[in-house]
Write a protein that binds this ligand. Structure first.
Ligand code: IPE
Ligand code: IPE
Ligand code: MG
Length: 238
């Protein structure tokens, strides 16, 4: 309990809606893109923290299916940042034994971003450490639609369309569902993130913006999680 957390009761899978980059940049008199750049550095640290704690999976929301509505300059800047980050971090992620995954409709991404992300996934696929998923052009409803299309392609009868059948056709069926969903920058909403998988996740919202998030904030969220009583619709006795 050195960190005030019980290392035997960690969430297996932590998901984060990394929000507030723009507001943070604005508060510093900086352009929004510089907020995203700072957010990228924070993500590097948080991934390392999660890996060192022994958390099995971390999934972070980098670009939503709805974020295309932003100004062209911000969208292209984010795509370039993701591409550059994927290329720059590749060797370090390999060295840290991180297994990278990407969730979202990747065929709609600019070619450079798509290729850099594909290389990251391919090169790290046999690593055995934390599974790090980046949600890019990700929408929870789009993911459910894609799963339904696969159910139809697979020729399932209505009787066989079960929750398990749909779960098995989501973007990452092999990763345990998120136990803890963190959102930074105070917004009390889901914004279409993992709406199928996080049905029973514990929610934790902090006022801290993503560029200001750090290990102490992560530990605070983990402590809050450990103080929760999960019941999954039952009485929580077994
Ligand atoms: C989150 O920060 C990053 C992305 C959505 C890409 P925002 O860019 O949404 O920051 P705010 O919410 O405008 O402050
Ligand atoms: C959610 O944040 C998407 C990401 C963090 C990538 P947004 O800033 O896009 O969400 P809304 O618009 O406030 O709901
Ligand atoms: Mg936002």
């Amino acid at each position: 309990m050195a960190l005030g957390i019980d290392l035997d009761r960690l969430p297996r899978h932590v998901a984060i809606i990394m929000d507030g980059n723009g507001r943070w940049a604005q508060s510093q008199g900086l352009k929004r893109l510089l907020g995203h750049r700072k957010g990228y550095r924070v993500l590097k640290d948080v991934l390392l923290n999660c890996s060192e704690l022994g958390i099995e999976a971390l999934t972070t929301y980098a670009f939503s299916a709805e974020n295309w509505r932003r100004p062209f300059e911000e969208v292209t800047g984010l795509m370039k940042l993701i591409e550059d980050a994927a290329r720059t971090e590749l060797q370090g992620l390999v060295a840290n034994n991180v297994r990278c995954r990407v969730l979202g409709r990747l065929d709609e991404l600019p070619e450079g971003t798509r290729n850099a992300l594909a290389a990251l996934v391919q090169t790290t696929k046999d690593n055995t450490g934390i599974i790090f998923s980046l949600a890019v052009n990700y929408g929870g409803r789009a993911e459910i639609v894609d799963a339904v299309k696969r159910v139809i392609d697979d020729g399932l009868d209505a009787a066989n369309v079960t929750e398990e059948a749909l779960s098995a056709r989501m973007y990452a069926p092999d990763i345990p569902e998120p136990d803890l969903l963190i959102r930074t920058a105070g917004e009390m909403r889901w914004s279409n993130f993992l709406i199928w998988e996080a049905a029973y996740a514990e929610l934790y919202v902090t006022q801290t913006s993503w560029p200001e998030f750090d290990e102490a904030e992560l530990l605070k969220a983990l402590r809050a999680y450990q103080a929760r009583f999960r019941k999954f619709g039952g009485l929580g006795t077994s």
